[in-house]
Design a protein around this ligand. Structure first.
Ligand code: 4AD
Ligand code: MG
Length: 465
């Protein structure tokens, strides 16, 4: 087939240019028909819909047509014509077919439709070829683009924070170690510990759990910054909402207090949901039909309400008065579990909720302390079906208070001296938050397992693809 530019199926399906010559390339979803005429559904990933290719068998070499099976990759030259069939308004009358790659009927794992999501996780290398994963991956792309567009339009600077780090930003979970030492024979200290001073970076290093601490350094110069990158947590949480490698969006703003921070979080989430409705409607309609028939209504519902804002203390009162029986009992001072968060959002308020002013013991060292001496200016945004989608806070900008907290928590000052310097030189009130990108994609797609909204999930005992 000569070198002409291929037509994307997304464009052809919208075209009214009947009679024009077109060239499409893609993967065969199905082939059906009889000995005179074949119908091929061809998909190139540019849109959820496949285009119908009509093949008059008599005009083609029998052996070529035999190779056109579900999963094979082909190029088709033909004429775009108005379709008489149901469900599409255009189709292609094929004139020439070239087979790029065959897919054996017996062994191609996606031979049939309707595989379970669990099965598809075992073939993560092929699942992008299903309608479901095509839809999820296009939405994921659109959301990443929407995030950059939102912040760019608001005057934020995209700051690239390091993935390899010597500090533990959250002080919460286990981290993955990064080392270039010989694992069979690492240099040892007399006390029996590995001597990381001889390692690549001259110190012990890990994969980051958050870009926040470095984002704060950026915000103390550029005012408005955000990071958007992979983050890693070596917790053994095998839940439908946790990954060991996930992407986080972390804006950090000088001169923002906790109220400005909440306003930004709410506006940002609504912008992204509107962006999905505006740019991914075909994919959302498909997911709404196949998986979650309340999806589109739920997305619109979030746009129409204003998020409920209340303190952790008020939330605990509501939960205790609810008469519900919890798997994890609630009491002031305990961390809220997904069951509590979802009760507040789904049952009590019926809309997204922002909780603030959590007990300082259950939050990170950097959060601004309230005058009561017990709580910090934290904020968690809780969403229907998800629970926590955003975690953030106003930051403690006072040097003495921050150093005192660091000592109380036994964080070595030598690990965070550079962070403390921002409070020593031109400190400023500031705030920020982290949006779990996959939790956003869960919400927007209506999928129920986080493993199904990232191309290659990293979870305990799973890093095959
Ligand atoms: O609440 P987290 O731990 O907050 C931070 O890391 C702060 N440094 C953010 C900031 O203020 N800049 O995480 C933020 C969000 C959570 O609300 C959740 O959506 C997501 O990241 N998240 C995870 N997503 C998937 N898998 C995990 N293991 C996650 N842990 C957190
Ligand atoms: Mg959190």
């Amino acid at each position: 087939m000569e070198h002409t530019r291929r037509n994307k199926i997304v464009d052809l399906l919208k075209s009214k240019d009947f009679g024009s010559e077109v060239l499409v390339k893609g993967w065969v979803r199905t082939k059906r028909g009889n000995k005179n005429i074949n119908f091929i559904a061809l998909n190139d990933g540019s849109v959820i819909h496949s285009i119908q290719v009509v093949v008059e068998v008599a005009n083609f070499d029998e052996n070529t047509l035999k190779l056109v099976t579900t999963g094979s990759c082909i190029a088709v030259k033909g004429t775009l014509v108005e379709s008489m069939g149901q469900g599409q308004h255009v189709e292609i009358q094929a004139k020439a077919i070239e087979v790029y790659g065959t897919a054996d009927n017996e062994t191609y794992p996606l031979q049939k439709k309707g595989h379970s999501l669990e099965f598809l996780r075992e073939i993560a290398h092929l699942r992008p070829r299903t309608n479901t994963f095509g839809a999820v991956l296009r939405i994921r792309h659109a959301m990443a683009y929407g995030i950059h567009k939102y912040f760019n339009d608001q005057g934020f600077n995209y700051l690239h924070t390091p993935i390899i780090t010597g500090s533990d930003a959250e002080g919460a979970g286990a981290m993955f170690r990064v080392t270039a030492l010989d694992d069979k024979n690492p240099p040892m200290l007399p006390d029996g510990h590995v001597d990381y001073s001889q390692d690549f970076f001259g110190k012990e290093t890990k994969l980051t759990v958050s870009g926040q601490l470095e984002a704060e350094l950026g915000a103390m110069a550029l005012s408005l910054v955000y990071t958007f990158g992979p983050t890693f947590r070596a917790e053994n949480s095998n839940t439908p909402r946790h990954l060991a490698e996930f992407w986080m969006v972390e804006p950090e703003m000088a001169f923002y207090d906790i109220h400005d921070n909440m306003d930004l979080a709410e506006d940002f989430l609504k912008y992204l949901i509107q962006y999905a409705l505006d740019h991914c409607y075909d994919d959302l309609e498909f997911l709404n039909k196949m998986y979650d028939n309340e999806l589109i209504d739920r997305l619109k519902g979030v746009l129409e309400c204003s998020f409920e804002r209340l303190s952790y203390t008020e939330a605990v009162k509501i939960l205790k008065a609810s008469g519900q029986s919890w798997e994890f009992p609630v009491d002031w001072g305990t961390d809220l579990q997904a069951e509590h968060e979802r009760y507040l959002v789904e049952k009590h308020f019926g809309k997204p909720v922002i909780l603030t002013d959590y007990p300082k013991e259950i939050k990170a060292f950097y959060m601004k302390q309230n005058e009561d001496g017990k709580t910090v200016r934290a904020m968690d945004v809780l969403f229907p079906k998800i629970g926590e989608i955003i975690g953030g806070s106003q930051r403690e900008e006072n040097f003495d208070i921050l150093v005192k907290r660091i000592h109380e928590l036994n964080i070595p000052e030598k690990d965070v001296w550079w962070y403390l310097d921002t409070r020593k030189f031109g400190t400023a009130p500031h705030s920020g938050f982290g949006l779990g990108f996959e939790r956003l994609i869960l919400f927007v797609t209506g999928m129920s397992n986080i493993r199904d909204v990232i191309p290659f999930p990293r979870t305990p005992k799973n890093a095959e693809f």
